[in-house]
Structure formats: C-alpha cells, structure tokens
Design a protein around this ligand. Structure first.
Ligand code: SAH
Ligand code: SF4
Length: 360
C-alpha cells in the first residue's frame, strides 16, 4: 500500500508516471483528496472503474487513525494515533465567521519550556509531512458538508504539539501543500507558524522564500532575559536581546505584523512592571508587532497557575495605553482541553504505565 497524501502535486505526478498512469490522473486524484476531501477511491467518479479498484487495493489516503473527537461549545478536539502508536492532537476552533485549525508538528517537544505539558516527555519524533497534512484532511472530511463558510478551514496555526521550526522540511512541505491553489488553497496570510524563538531556525525561516511569507508568532512570554530564562531555558543559548534584535529586523511582508505571544502565569510574568517593561520594548516598533496574551491553562502535572482575571485585564491595559495592539486569547472549550498537549498528556500516562508506549 502506498500512501498518497502528504505528496505535492509534482510528487503525485511522478508517482503516476512510475505506475504508467497518465499525468492527469495524478491531477484528478489530487483534486479528490485536497479539494473534495474524499478518502475513498471508490468515489473518485471521474476515473475508470479499474483504476478505482486498483487504487482501493494499492493506495492509502490516511496515515493517522482518528480515535477521539471531543466537542466543546467553540471548538472540537481531535485525537489521532500514528501508525507507530503515538497520539497527536488537533483542535478546530470556531471564530466569529470562520474556522481556525491548530495543528501539531511533533510528538512531544525538546524545547523544554517549564510551563508546557508537551515538553514533559521531551521529543519523541517529528511528524511527517503526511501526518501534518492528514490532520487537516480528517477535519475537512468532518466539516465538508456544513454550510458555507463552515465547510472549509480558513486559517491554520502551527500551535499544537511541538516546535514547528525544529521540523523544518516537513513543515515546509505541509505549507506547500496547504497554499497550493490547485488543491487546498489556503492563503499564506492565513497560515501562522508559532515558534519558541530558536535563533538559527528563525534565520532559516526568514530566508526561506515560502515560509517567510507565512505569518510568524513568537512565544515571547517574558519582558526580559531573566524571567524568560527561568520559564524558557532555551533563552540561555538564544539570548533575549538577540531574539529581539532579530524580530525588529525580520523581513516582514508588506502590511504584516509579528504576533508576540505572552502566556500570563501567576506571579511569574504577570505584574504591572512586567507589562510596562514589555511596553517600553515594543513601543518604538509597535507597527511591526501585536501582542496576544494567553492566560495560563493550569496542568495537573505542573506547578503554575493562571493569574486572576483582573490582573490579566490590567496587563492588557498597560499595553493598550501605549497604543500596542493587544488581544487576550481566552482559550475555548477549556473544560474539554486545557492547553497544548494536555489531552494527550492525560491519555498517555496510563499507556506509559502499561508499557505499551514505546519511546524511541
Ligand atoms: N512550540 C511552539 C508552538 C506550540 S506551543 C511555541 O512554543 O510557540 C503554542 C503556544 O502555547 C505557545 O505560545 C506556548 O507558550 C503556549 N502554551 C504552552 N503551554 C501553555 C499553557 N499551559 N497555557 C497556556 N499557553 C500555553
Ligand atoms: Fe515546545 Fe512550544 Fe511547549 Fe515550549 S511551549 S515546550 S516550544 S511546544
């Protein structure tokens, strides 16, 4: 069985060639998969019966297995299993007039942020391009029969499990597939890569002709070296000032802003003086940044807490008073899922204890 998803149109054409199929057969399959979200080749009605039968026997259109779907008022969380038995989570978020899909790029993460549940097991492995793309395919299959505009994901954020830039090539291929106008056709302006800010990876993104045109969000999470180093130890080797310098000089496409994500953690980075320090930093460059405050989602396995609501609004007010665009991301469906990595964390603990979960 050959896996036909996670291939670009050119790769699918090469595959067709190899199997003595006409080139346009690849284009037809590509459209069934990435435009009509069809995963059963028996329904590829514009191709011959024989070829449909052959595809049914020889080709696969998913690599992930969908094992759970949890619905909350403003979101749906999907839990998938990879072929080697790992869990991957994806969240579909209902915005005012569109869907945003939050996809994962790694199983675990080795960046090691102290407040993050995904960091706990370290990095298990990168997701393949097919595994990244399949998250969208399953979700699209789920929503494709809804009324417009709810039948298609409009925005994709790489903010699920993992550090996207640490999985550069597979991320890039997934982005290539997502933006291809012959297929998925999501605008580059509607894709966002969220990164913890590892300098050499950011430089690589800035130089990449495709990825530099996708939105960048940086998990800043602190106004200075000292606090950032405490909660994000990578700051020791990726100093705050150098990161800031890189962001101030990042080659932004016309009219775009970098999002600064700031997880507000009680008594760690949520004081008025922290907001003021952050405002001083951003103010001279406020046209290039916007701030997204994320109230911390507590995890049963971590010691951190969410600040009281009043303090969150106060923090926002300091930034707004400095004319800095600042939103608060009240996480949706918090009863169903807390933060990135948490549903998986809950499920994988018992699996680990039974020794069924193999780390490589
Ligand atoms: N690795 C990337 C993308 C995944 S994390 C990154 O760090 O940017 C996505 C966002 O979730 C980051 O901004 C991170 O700071 C935030 N986050 C992690 N754990 C959280 C928690 N428990 N509560 C709220 N936000 C959290
Ligand atoms: Fe990795 Fe992002 Fe979690 Fe940090 S916040 S450990 S970079 S997933």
């Amino acid at each position: 069985m050959e896996l036909l998803i996670g291939k670009t149109l050119n790769e699918l054409r090469e595959w067709a060639l190899k199997h003595n199929l006409e080139r346009y057969r690849a284009d037809q399959i590509y459209q069934w998969v990435y435009k009509k979200w069809e995963d059963n080749p028996e329904r590829f009605t514009n191709i011959s019966k024989e070829l449909r039968k052959w595809l049914k026997e020889n080709a696969k259109f998913h690599t992930l297995e969908k094992i759970e779907r949890v619905e909350a008022p403003d979101s749906v969380k999907y839990l998938f299993k990879t072929e080697d038995g790992h869990l991957v989570e994806t969240v579909l978020i209902r915005e005012k007039d569109h869907w945003t899909l939050c996809v994962s790029t790694q199983i675990g993460c080795n960046v090691g942020c102290k407040f993050c549940a995904t960091a706990r097991d370290g990095l298990i492995r990168n997701l393949t391009a097919a595994e990244i793309v399949d998250q969208l395919l399953w979700v699209q299959k789920d929503i494709r029969d809804l009324d417009k505009p709810w039948n298609k994901v409009r925005n994709i954020v790489f903010m699920g499990m993992g550090e996207p830039l640490a999985n550069f090539n597979n991320l890039k291929k997934a982005v290539e597939i997502f933006v291809d106008q012959k297929g998925v056709d999501i605008s580059k302006r509607r894709l966002t890569i969220s990164s913890s800010g590892i300098l050499y990876q950011l430089r690589k993104m800035a130089q990449d002709p495709l990825l530099r045109n996708v939105n960048l969000a940086i998990s800043l999470n602190a106004p200075n070296q000292k606090i950032r180093e405490e909660i994000m130890p990578i700051t020791k080797t990726n100093p705050f000032d150098e990161l800031w310098d890189l962001l101030v000089n990042y080659p932004l496409p016309e009219g775009r802003k970098i999002t600064l994500e700031y997880v507000l953690i009680k008594d760690i980075n949520d004081q008025r003086e922290h907001a003021e320090e952050l405002a001083r930093l951003i103010k001279p460059h406020r046209k290039r940044f916007k701030v997204n405050l994320i109230p911390y989602n507590p995890s049963p396995i971590l010691p951190y807490e969410r600040p009281p609501e009043g303090r969150i609004y106060e923090f926002q007010k300091v930034l707004l008073d400095n004319a800095i665009i600042t939103t608060i991301r009240w996480s949706k469906g918090q009863d169903v899922f807390g933060a990135c990595g948490q549903l998986r964390a809950k499920r994988e603990i018992p699996l680990l204890n039974r020794g069924e979960f193999v780390k490589n």
